[in-house]
Design a protein around this ligand. Sequence first.
Ligand SMILES: NC(=O)c1ccc[n+]([C@@H]2O[C@H](COP(=O)([O-])OP(=O)(O)OC[C@H]3O[C@@H](n4cnc5c(N)ncnc54)[C@H](O)[C@@H]3O)[C@@H](O)[C@H]2O)c1
Length: 310
Amino acid sequence: MKAIFMGLGYIGLPTAAVAAGAGITVLGVDVNPDVVATINRGKIHILEPALATLVKQVVEQGSLRASLEPETEDAFFIVVPTPFKQNHRADISYVESAIRMVLPFLQVGNLLVIESTSPVLTTEKMADRIFKERPELKDTLYIAYCPERVLPGNVLYELEHNNRVIGGLTSEAADKAAAFYAQFVKGRLHKTNARTAEMCKLTENSSRDVQIAFANELSMICKKAGVNVWDLINLANKHPRVQILQPGCGVGGHCIAVDPWFIVSDFPEQARIIKRARETNDYKADWCANQVLEACEHFVHETDREPLVA
Ligand SMILES: NC(=O)c1ccc[n+]([C@@H]2O[C@H](COP(=O)([O-])OP(=O)(O)OC[C@H]3O[C@@H](n4cnc5c(N)ncnc54)[C@H](O)[C@@H]3O)[C@@H](O)[C@H]2O)c1
């Protein structure tokens, strides 16, 4: 089995390296020449524990190499960025560009998996584009969507042990993709259709966002009410069916502040709680900054010092 990973960033490089470590011959493709050169020297350009050792090992043994151009292989994985645009709509131009790059190399019987976090229907749209350009491949490719849910800092462990959701455009495609991941994933491989898998990734991070927003909103209410929010949550969580999270300065990580917008922008009428949660968590960062400023001003006033902030 030979596989291509399009995109060698925080997700693509570790996945390519783990696959290579499991005996798959991997070609990693990236549009950034520095990334390609670094990996071909057996080095890495991102921070991730234990990844440098694994990449050095698989590059030295010849199971991972990097290139600016794809080649003909058995399986193709799209792991490029999916940020949002000014209007919060998903920017899938990197996915479109990676699909365009692999298009001339696709052959009958190939597996094509999109891993990039994507709005619902993206996999179907990409399949339509492929078959428009290469109609002879219709019904001969296995196309699936398999989102990533690893935590940066623990990526190598989670790539192997997390459960995966694999959505095929057909059940045969889901089977074929699951067989690929089974070579290095010890977690469970849950098969479904592509739409459900796309929505599943967005739902996971929207669920986290909504729950964090509830804690963040409580903290702002408690400030007004003169209630200690930490004591409050601790006491409320004594209820057997209540589990409130801890408030913070918004949300952290690469995904939670981005992915819910992919639901909101596609379903604005329905996604009311998800939208409010996103706004609440963004607002909480400003609120925290203002709390710090107010505390500074209070300090200056109390101590009769020069203002700390102009
Ligand atoms: N980083 C995370 O914690 C995380 C977790 C889960 C899911 N994801 C999702 O995984 C996807 C990839 O994220 P990432 O953090 O690895 O991004 P990243 O920015 O770290 O890396 C993406 C890489 O893709 C390359 N690239 C761009 N266009 C390309 C093309 N046409 N062909 C080949 N390479 C191309 C870039 O040069 C870059 O090196 C995104 O959809 C993201 O939402 C990320």
